[in-house]
Design a protein around this ligand. Structure first.
Ligand SMILES: [Zn+2]
Length: 430
């Protein structure tokens, strides 16, 4: 296997301080060394030069194939948006063909945005997982089990079978890391949640679940079970280190302590929460309690993009604004959340999420020769507050180049956009 030396004005490993005039040696899918360029004086093997190298961004909560519905329904509260606009469209149009047509476009957007891995909670996930595997994109899918008929199953029992098939099919895959998923405590009966958790335990995979997203959800759970969403899950014995609670907006101090004690992970989606007017998760308190927090966009219908650079900036800014405290969520902590935090939340923090010897080479290169990145005093500051997805030039997943000089290498972008446009014509009228 040939080695390649990647040189950069700055290398930002995330796990250690940024390195000026840094270098990264990769062999096959693995990072062999990280350090100053001077360590590799006399190197005569293959080498390439870049502006900045950082670990790939990891999206810890997504519904990627909803790219087909992007922009069809905006400016509505969650329950109205979900029950009035999204569920009916998914019921009518949510076929495997739609996922096959929509997922590649979403994947192209993510790769171009410096995202090397995404979680997904959706339907027909074997289809999207196969497409991700083919493109070399790292992917953590979970079939979204829900109590009413979904686009890919009629009953919860069938949903559990589909979930099991997904996990077994990709159990040993190098870049597809299957999970199980259930929609939410207000759309899933206790027995459904317990069954999905049992699968999670059986296979040792994460359990993705929307939790405490809006005050409406809190009210529904209060009316139905006389408690809050998190206490409801606690009473069912479902808070565990395998549980990944998307949103987790409405938690009080005691519920935060329940999360911390059980080792529950959180996926923070500030732009989706802002767009749907859901509220702001107490992330500084989560981090202080030692809870693992990953960053995410949520689906492209409630954000409406899959851009984690934008999400980092939003996260850092809204928490400062909300707390009227500029010291909250400093840039290094925000970057860590979008990389290592998300990877850990998905159970792959030992594989990816930072540039370290022995980890897999999921790397993003940025072009620094831009007015908005000049001069550069602190690369981590620029990554969170100034850089954007348009600055990404090259992307690797497990050492394989997916984006080279702004060109997608492993997928046909033109064809994927054409099929999304064609579906757009069909979906326009409902
Ligand atoms: Zn979601």
């Amino acid at each position: 296997m040939s080695e390649t030396l990647l040189l950069a004005d700055w290398v930002v490993p995330v796990s250690t301080p940024a390195i000026k005039e840094g270098a990264l040696l990769i062999e096959g899918k693995t990072i062999k060394a990280v350090g100053r360029q001077s360590l590799f004086d006399g190197w005569c093997g293959k080498k390439e030069s870049f502006g900045l190298l950082m670990p790939g961004l990891v999206n810890s909560h997504n519904h990627a194939s909803m790219a087909a519905f992007r922009g069809l329904a905006d400016d509505l509260p969650l329950m109205e948006w979900l029950y009035g606009e999204i569920f009916p469209r998914e019921k009518r149009w949510g076929t495997a063909e739609l996922v096959a047509a929509a997922f590649p476009g979403a994947m192209a957007e993510m790769i171009r945005s410096g995202t090397t891995c995404s979680a997904d909670m959706y339907y027909h996930t074997t289809v999207s997982a196969t497409l991700a595997a083919r493109a070399g994109f790292r992917y953590a899918p979970g079939e979204g089990v829900i109590d009413f008929p979904s686009p890919s199953f009629e009953t919860v029992e069938e949903g559990l079978v589909v979930s099991r098939q997904l996990v077994e099919k990709f159990a040993d895959h190098p870049t597809v890391h299957p999970t199980v998923a259930a929609h939410a405590p207000y759309t899933c009966a206790p027995e459904t949640l317990i069954s999905v958790d049992a699968l999670s335990q059986e296979y040792g995979v994460p359990f993705q679940l929307h939790i405490a997203e809006t005050p409406d959800e809190t009210q529904i759970i209060q009316d139905r079970y006389s408690t809050t969403p998190v206490r409801h899950l606690h009473n069912l014995g479902l808070l565990s280190p395998r549980l990944l609670g998307a949103h987790s907006v409405h938690l009080d101090e005691e519920e935060t302590a329940l999360y911390a004690d059980a080792g529950v992970k959180v996926s923070h989606d500030p732009e989706s929460n802002a767009k749907l007017g859901s509220g702001l998760a107490p992330v500084p308190q989560f981090l202080e309690a030692g809870i693992t927090v990953g960053l995410s966009t949520d689906g492209p219908c409630s954000n409406n993009d899959l851009d984690l650079f934008g999400e980092m900036r939003t996260a850092a800014l809204v928490h400062k604004l909300h707390g009227m405290d500029p010291t909250v969520l400093p840039a290094p902590q925000t970057l860590r959340m979008a990389t290592w935090g998300s990877a850990t939340a998905l159970g792959i923090g030992d594989k990816v999420g930072s540039l370290e010897k022995g980890k897999e080479a999921d790397i993003v290169a940025l072009d620094l020769s831009k007015p908005h990145l000049t001069p550069l005093y602190d690369p981590v500051s620029h990554l969170v507050y100034s850089a954007g997805r348009g600055d990404v030039s090259d992307v690797w997943v497990a050492g394989k180049r997916l984006l080279q000089d702004n060109e997608l290498v492993t997928m046909d972008e033109e064809a994927s956009l054409l099929s999304l446009r064609q579906w757009g014509e069909r979906l326009r009228d409902g």
